[in-house]
Design a protein around this ligand. Structure first.
Ligand code: ATP
Ligand code: MG
Length: 564
């Protein structure tokens, strides 16, 4: 790992760690731990995948084992090299290293085919000429047994010949499939003679036109794990019902080596988020977002652009833990993790997003003082930056009220506040424009209250500010949740989850930022004091700074935790 995860190691073992500990003690996996992360390259990875990555690579690290990166590229029509590249970038960025173990299920196509021939020869697989609709109609329901295919009892030689001709491309798509011969009466639908190969005259992003039959995921997956010597095949709960099939295949193949052990855990679900790749793809295709890496997307690339750090995502994965039952995690926990990380690590800066002019009438005209300001109070060794201060400043419009309620500790006529790193000021009067809007706030300052000097004068409020003459103009993109309801995937039949898109998920404003951020490049984080965490966007150029708001400062999660 590149950074230290800013969390305490957990003392107790989760259920997966418990299983692995027992397997190591009993030597049932030969004293080894070998896991894998097996994405299908049909989309960009999201925070749910990040959970699985942290889990699989994390277990390998913890138990001194290995973790492979394997692309489950068995469906040529949906898969692309762009996705392969993005997946590699994201896993690496999260801080994990698969070393030289980058594999593709398509590398095993020949081996899988030989396995299939073996099953045919054993009388455990057959070529079926029913259409997809007929197969589905014959499958029955969980309560009603399926009907056997009329082709189920063909002889081995005929099956071998047909399979060979399927491979050679003699048949059109959909005319034949290879099926496992298991049990059409099984209460487990997955055991009712599942399809192993289908004919698809499609170009594959790696094997080109070498194949026109492609293995089904269920046929490829367990055997790929076996070929790689995976000891613990960790997958999400929906595959629990597939496990008997995976075990059936591995047993029927009479394999000589250790077989993988499948263990299921609950997939990560997050409030205000959709996690299905198909739905995320539809948002990209319909241009509801700017791309897979739009900072509102729950993709790893989106989170990165939003300003999430690898450490914060690993911390989140760790805090979520592993569950055996479906659950939904509050997105507030994710936001809490990034705040915790950035509070420790992000340099501070002052920025004004909605300015009003403040003029200090008794401050010498033309004078500029450089005020020392701590870069990060959590990391005093990082030193200070100098912030220019002058007679005319910008403060946030919200920090002034003409008729303030009680306990408004910011600026108001006659009120005194400290300008951070500078002086205490008192508001004397305001000037309004033709529309009645305040255009200038006039103040006096108390020279003896300069920050760092001993002074008895006390105030309740401290405001941030910038000096317009020196500040840099910036475009600031303020994001809100992409969906306006906690469970956007819950819609009635016939409704579309996109009805829950939040129309105000992006607001762009102009801001003024203190000059020292001008040297920073894309990916640099800041805490804008009293406001939130921001990151420089890749769209940023010299002369045109662009920031994304990662999260506001306020943390509702700590309140949630405290109230528990
Ligand atoms: P689909 O198969 O519908 O395209 P998927 O999200 O399952 O989508 P995969 O590429 O197959 O995509 O996922 C790769 C790995 O990530 C799998 O092992 C899967 O179990 C795991 N994974 C996917 N989504 C989640 C999630 N929300 N939480 C935890 N693990 C997940
Ligand atoms: Mg999947």
């Amino acid at each position: 790992m590149k950074e230290n995860t800013p969390t305490e190691p957990k003392a107790s073992l989760n259920f997966l760690e418990q299983i692995i500990t027992n397997d190591l003690a009993s030597k049932s996996t030969g004293g080894k731990v070998h896991t894998r992360f097996p994405p299908e390259p049909n989309g960009y990875l999201h925070i749910g995948h990040a959970k699985s990555i942290c889990l699989n690579f994390g277990l390998a690290q913890k138990f001194n084992g290995k973790c492979n990166l394997r692309f489950d590229d068995t469906n040529p029509t949906r898969e692309e090299q762009e996705y392969v590249d993005s997946i590699k970038e994201d896993v690496r960025w999260l801080g994990f290293d698969w070393e030289d173990r980058e594999y593709f299920a398509s590398d095993y196509f020949e081996q899988l085919y030989e396995f299939a021939v073996y099953l045919v020869k054993k009388g455990k697989a057959y070529v079926c000429a029913m259409t997809a609709e007929e197969i589905s109609a014959h499958r029955g329901t969980p309560a009603i047994p399926g009907k056997e295919s009329p082709w189920r009892n063909r002889g081995v030689e005929e099956n071998l010949d047909l399979l060979d001709r399927m491979r050679k491309g003699e048949f059109p798509d959909g005319s034949h499939v290879l099926r496992a011969k298991i049990d059409m009466g099984s209460p487990n639908m997955h055991m009712r003679d599942p399809v192993m190969y289908r004919i698809m005259h499609a170009h594959h992003h790696r094997t080109g036109d070498n194949w026109c039959i492609y293995p089904m995921y269920d046929w490829a997956h367990g055997q790929s794990d076996y070929i790689e010597g995976i000891t613990h095949s960790i997958c999400t709960l929906e595959f629990e019902v597939h496990r008997p099939l995976y075990e059936w295949f591995l047993n029927a193949l009479d394999l000589p080596h250790l077989k993988p052990r499948q263990i299921e855990f609950a997939r990560l679900n997050l409030t205000y988020t959709v996690m299905s790749k198909r739905k995320l793809l539809s948002l990209v295709q319909d241009k509801q977002v700017k791309g897979w890496d739009d900072p509102r997307m729950p993709t790893i690339s989106g989170l990165r652009r939003r300003g999430y750090t690898p450490a914060s995502i690993r911390m989140f994965a760790d805090r979520v833990g592993v569950a055996k039952r479906e659950n939904v995690i509050e997105v507030g926990l994710l936001e809490h993790c990034i705040r915790e990380d950035l509070n420790k690590n992000a340099p501070r800066a002052m920025a004004v997003l909605n300015p009003v002019k403040l003029i200090i009438d008794n401050y010498p005209e033309g004078q500029v003082e450089e005020m020392p300001a701590v870069i990060n109070p959590e990391l005093p060794e990082n030193g200070t930056r100098m912030v220019p201060f002058s007679r005319t400043l910008y403060i946030e419009r919200e920090d002034f009220m003409e008729n303030p309620p009680k306990k408004f500790f910011r600026l108001a006529p006659g009120a005194e506040v400290r300008l951070k790193y500078a002086y205490i000021i008192r508001c004397e009067h305001v000037v309004k424009d033709a529309d009645g809007e305040i255009s200038e706030i006039h103040c006096t300052y108390f020279p003896e209250t300069r920050s760092g000097l001993p002074s008895d004068k006390k105030v309740k409020g401290t405001l941030h500010w910038v000096c317009p003459e020196h500040a840099l103009e910036a475009e600031v993109r303020i994001y809100d949740r992409l969906f306006s309801v906690p469970e956007p995937e819950e819609v009635e039949d016939g409704q579309d989850f996109r009805m829950h898109l939040n129309p105000d998920s992006l607001k762009v404003v102009k801001a003024w930022v203190e000059p020292y951020v001008g040297d920073a490049t894309a990916g640099q984080h800041y805490q804008f004091e009293r406001n939130g965490y921001y990151v420089i966007d890749p769209d940023s150029k010299t002369g045109h700074l662009v920031f994304n708001r990662t999260v506001p400062l306020r943390d509702s999660w700590t309140k949630v935790e405290k109230n528990k």
